[in-house]
Write a protein that binds this ligand. Structure first.
Ligand code: UD1
Length: 403
């Protein structure tokens, strides 16, 4: 009998999580995978490009929800998704990450009595002022199967009283996409196309309300970047939300301060990956980039007081930094100087997460945290690759591991 699985996605960071799961499910003749796009992100550069580059089939349903307040956006997803799920009666609904579309879909599905799986479950920043934290906690409460990327997520869920048999330690699905796309991304010679030397530039993304909504903070951050760009060029693909705030606050690059700060349109997945892989440093407030830089061994500064991805600080290349100019400049210098000689290896960030998810959903497999072996079961073809790309180890300033 055919198993019908519905994946609901809506925002840019959902798409690299969906792609490997879709590819894995497509291998199974007895599975019908239906993709619903809520339309939370609608600009071509925030959505369509990712479908094309990640080989995700066009969505079967598009809800056209668009932007709005949190309540309006969440409610619109719920209203438009419900009749589709009622009609389809899927065996499983998969939701991804922590965006408004995630919690909205989980709530609709759970109330219809459908089985829900949450991909990237159990992450907690402990910061209830972040809309994503609310989305994470609620989605995990609503989902039956919780697919966690790292062991700390199991501890978070256990602390909330979640039964261990709902939790599957499958690894990080973002890394599946990264492994799949990296060779093609490197072939694009993205740094050269931007006139940048390998390992000689900084990539920035900032879009969180805490960094861009207050004009004073936004100005401070852009000033700090302008100053930092006197050392090495900075490429900052600007999220539409940040662009809007910059325009409203009259913040722009330049300002007579010298340096080379480039504010550019958002990049597609492959160009962004190609750029990040050869960067000296990434400065961000994104969740995904904290993980991608850790996997690539590229130093990362996260401009936030906390992270739901502490493993990227404890075992990876990520450091938290406050939104202060002096702190960012000092941390940037330290991070570049103390770049680790080889990329960190994180348990189960190995390119096989989607395979495990499909195994749980379709075959009833179990990836119990306790039973999981502690070994780094990294795919052999990835095991010895130095950070960034082959042959880059000699470029590291020191052999010292970040302290
Ligand atoms: C959403 C997620 C955030 C994630 C981010 C990645 C929530 C609560 N937040 O934030 O966790 O890190 O996506 O991109 O779900 N806009 C456009 N074009 C688009 C999409 C948005 O111009 O295609 C503009 C609109 O002005 C919109 C604003 O960006 O109001 C914010 O979009 P929204 O979807 O509400 O949240 P993001 O800030 O993108």
């Amino acid at each position: 009998m055919t198993m019908r699985i519905v994946s609901v996605v809506g925002a840019r960071p959902n798409l690299m999580k969906l792609a490997p799961v879709d590819r894995e499910l497509a291998k199974r003749p007895d599975v019908e995978h239906v993709i619903v796009h809520t339309g939370q992100h609608y600009d071509a550069e925030m959505s369509d490009t990712f479908f094309e580059e990640l080989w995700i089939p066009a969505p079967d349903y598009h809800l056209g929800v668009g932007s709005g307040s949190h309540a309006i956006q969440t409610a619109a997803v719920m209203q438009r998704l419900e009749p589709i799920l009622v009609e389809l009666r899927p065996d499983f609904v998969l939701v991804y990450g922590d965006v408004n579309s995630t919690v909205a879909a989980a709530l609709v599905a759970a109330k219809l009595g459908l089985r829900v799986g949450h991909v990237e479950a159990g992450l907690r920043s402990g910061d209830w002022t972040m809309p994503e934290e609310i989305n994470r906690v609620l989605t995990d409460r609503l989902a039956e199967l919780l697919f966690i990327p790292s062991r700390d997520a199991a501890a978070n869920l256990a602390a909330e009283g979640v039964a261990a048999d709902r939790v599957h330690f499958v690894g990080n699905v973002m890394i599946d996409s990264l492994c799949w796309a990296l060779p093609g991304a490197l072939e694009r010679n993205v740094p050269a196309r931007h006139g940048l030397a390998q390992g000689g530039y900084v990539v920035v993304t900032l879009h969180r309300p805490s960094n861009v909504d207050d004009p004073a903070t936004l100005r401070l951050l852009v000033d700090a970047l302008q100053c930092l760009s006197r050392e090495r060029p900075i490429v900052f693909p600007v999220h539409p939300r940040a662009r809007m705030r910059m325009d409203a606050a009259g913040v722009s690059a330049g300002g007579g301060a010298g340096g080379d700060l480039r504010l550019i349109a958002p990049l597609g997945y492959l160009d962004m990956l190609g750029l990040v892989a050869s960067a000296a440093l990434v400065i961000t407030d994104s969740g995904g980039l904290q993980e991608e830089t850790t996997f690539l061994g590229v130093p990362c500064l996260t401009v936030r007081p906390n992270t739901e991805r502490p493993i990227t600080c404890a075992h990876g290349t990520n450091r938290l930094v406050p939104a202060r100019g002096d702190a960012i400049l000092a941390a940037a210098e330290r991070a570049v100087a103390r770049r680790p000689p080889v990329r960190p290896v994180i348990e189960r960030w190995d390119g096989r997460t989607a395979q495990r998810i499909a195994g749980v959903v379709c075959d009833g497999e179990c990836f119990d945290v306790e039973a999981a072996d502690q070994a780094n079961d990294i795919a052999p073809e990835l095991a010895d690759r130095p950070s960034g790309q082959p042959g880059r180890a000699e470029m590291f300033a020191t052999k010292e591991v970040l302290s």
